[in-house]
Write a protein that binds this ligand. Structure first.
Ligand code: F6R
Length: 252
């Protein structure tokens, strides 16, 4: 059976994605009994996370008390309160998530890659009904979460070595220290198990990866290309990220 290709929307700019992402959260909360949202980290989502923090603070997200949340990946050795880590980043942009962490409704990705920790995390997500809505960014090398090129599509949560471009892009965040070399990441199979995927890419540096994702082969050389096999995917791009797409060729 052929699944529907991703819906691709090209926006005037990155800021235009924020209300659409907030609407995705509102729809999740009104349509799911176990609304588990998977956040992505990185610059792509900072404006959205800050806006979500404001909306939650102002009580403008109905049923927000039911929200369950998790995220995609964590640097090895970075505990939730450690600067540079993903949970720290999420909590800085949207402090509500730290309150959820304290309450046990935010499930942090383990910062160690012991098989028992990874298994326990996967099981916890399953017990919560699985991720219903997963936000995703894309690396300029086509990575999805920290599934770097070459990662098999059947992977679950695992420890991984970061690609050089990934470390380079993280350099500013860790300066003057060197960026980490290892992380724990959600696997491609885990990501595909989410009910709905919403992937955002903004800026010129992402254009080659976006073209490979949507119009190149579906293969581990571009991990993000796997989203074309999912069937319930929204891709939000600004004009620069979409600039290398050939029109009319987005297919499953
Ligand atoms: C981080 C993650 C990565 C980023 C990607 C884009 O949790 O999953 O795949 O989404 O590296 O990062 P930014 O948004 O900083 O360009």
């Amino acid at each position: 059976m052929k699944s529907s290709p991703p819906e691709v929307r090209i926006l005037a700019n990155a800021a235009a994605a924020v209300p659409l992402l907030l609407d995705e959260v509102r729809t999740l909360l009104t349509s799911s009994k176990s609304p588990l949202l998977g956040f992505a980290t990185g610059g792509t989502f900072t404006a959205f996370l800050q806006a979500l923090g404001h909306e939650l603070g102002a009580g403008r997200i109905p049923a927000a008390g039911n929200l369950l949340a998790t995220h995609l990946d964590e640097y090895l050795g970075y505990a939730p309160d450690q600067k540079g880590g993903m949970v720290h980043e999420l909590g800085s942009a949207c402090p509500h998530l730290l309150a959820m962490l304290a309450k046990g409704t935010f499930f942090p990705v383990p910062h160690d890659d012991a098989p028992a920790s990874l298994r326990a995390h996967e099981q916890r997500l399953q017990r919560a009904g699985g991720v219903q809505l997963q936000f995703l960014g894309i690396g300029r090398n086509g990575h999805l979460a920290f599934n770097e090129p070459g990662t098999p599509f059947d992977s679950g949560f695992h420890g991984t070595t970061l690609a050089e471009t990934t470390r380079e892009d993280a350099r500013a965040r860790f300066r003057p220290a060197e960026p980490p070399t290892r992380a724990v990441t959600s696997g491609i199979a885990t990501i595909l198990a989410a009910k709905r995927l919403v992937l955002c890419a903004f800026g010129k540096a992402k254009a080659p990866a976006v073209a490979a994702m949507l119009q190149g082969p579906v293969a581990p050389t571009c991990p993000a290309s796997v989203v074309r096999t999912h069937g319930n995917v929204l891709v939000l791009l600004d004009r620069e990220a979409a600039s290398l797409l050939q029109s009319g060729l987005v297919g499953a």
